[in-house]
Design a protein around this ligand. Sequence first.
Ligand code: AMP
Ligand code: GLY
Length: 400
Amino acid sequence: MYAAPGNAGIAQLARCVPIDAADIDGLARFAREASCDMVIVGPELPLSLGLADRLASQGHAVFGPTAAAARIESSKAYAKGVMERAGIPTASYEVFDDPFRARQAAVAVASRAGSVVVKLDALAAGKGVVVAHGPEEAGAAVDSLAKGAAGNDGFRLIIEECLEGYEASIIGISDGKDVVTLVPAKDHKRAFDGDIGPNTGGMGAIAPAPGIDRDMLEWISDRVLLAAVRQMAQEGVPFAGALFAGLMITDDGPKVLEFNCRFGDPETQAIMPLLGIDLLDLVEASCHGCIGQMKADFRKANSTCVVMASKGYPGHYGTGAPIRIPTDLPEETVIFHAGTRIADGRLVSAGGRVLGVTAVGSSTSESRRCAYDAIERIGFEGGYCRSDIGLGIGLPGEDL
Ligand code: AMP
Ligand code: GLY
C-alpha cells in the first residue's frame, strides 16, 4: 500500500511517496509503474482535476468521482442546479459574476432578512463562505471574497438565504446508482470556543449527530443523497465515491448547505471507529458497481474527534513544532494524523490541522472526556484545540 504524499500517521501502514496531490501526471505515472490494483482518491483537488478519470482510463479500479461529477463540490452553482432539478431542499440563492451587483444583492438581502450568506463559487478549503449579519458585514464579505479571488478566471459569487437550525453532515458511499448511508455526524466549523471566529475546515466532530432520528436519516438518505445520485446519473454524470451532504435541519426540515465529493474531515474520523464492517468492502462495492447489495453496520456507541491545530489556523501558522504522542493511550482512542511528518526522526507538525484525537464511549460525554484526556497527555507546543467539541449543541435531550 502506498500513500501520496501521506503523513507520519499513514507512514506506519503504507509507503509514502512524495507526489503532490495536485500532480495528476505524477500520480497517474506512479499508479501505472507500481501496478496499483485500486486507487482511493481522497481530496477534492485531484478529483476536480480529473485524477479519477485518468486512473480509470489506465485500467485501475478507482474510488472517487470523475472531474465532471466532482463539480458537485468544486462548483456551488452546479451543485445548486442539481439540487433544483432533483427537488432537493436548499436555501434560495442567486449567482453573480459581477462583484458590484453581488454586493448590491447581498446588502439588499441583509437589510431585509438581517443575515445573508456569501459564497465563493470555487474550492476554498472551507474558507470561501461568510455568514454576514447586517448590510455592512454583507458588503464587507463580498469585498473580501472578491478581493481574495481577484484575477481568477470565471469569478462567481453566490448570495444565499441564511438558514437557521442545527447542522449535520451525512455521508453516503455511491457507485453511481445506489447509496449506502453512514452514521450522521456533526462538525464544529468555527475556529474558537462558543462557535465564534472564522469558519475552518472543521475543528472537531461527533457521531452520531444528535437530532437526527432514524426516520429523518432515511428521508435524507432517499431525498438528498439518492436523489442527487439518480439526478446526476440521469444527466450523464454518474457520481461514484463518497458523497457528503452538509445539512441545516430547519423548522421546515433538512436543507442542503453544500455537497462535497469526498469524505468529510473531521466527520469521517468520528464515523470510522463506529463502522461495524470493513470500509474496504464498501470502497470495493463502489468501484465495482454493487453498492446496492451492501449495508453499513454501526456500533451502538458515540464518538468524539477533537482537532489539534497549529496556532493561527485558519490564518497564518507555523510548522515544524515537535509532537509527542504517548504510546499507552486507551484502546478506544485513535489518533488520526493530518498535517504531520517525520523530521530528523522526530514527529513534527506540517499543516494547519495536525491531529484528530478521537475516542469512543457509551455516550457523547464519555467519548468527549476520553478524547480530552488523551489531548492532555499529547505534547504539542504551538498547538491549540477547541475545548467545547460536543458541547453546546443545544438540542433537547443533549446528554452532556
Ligand atoms: P458550506 O461550505 O457551504 O457548507 O458553508 C460552510 C458553513 O457556512 C456551513 O457549515 C454553515 O455553518 C454556514 N452556511 C453555509 N450556508 C449557509 C446558509 N445558507 N445559511 C446558514 N449558514 C450557512
Ligand atoms: N467538515 C466539512 C468538510 O469536510 O468539508
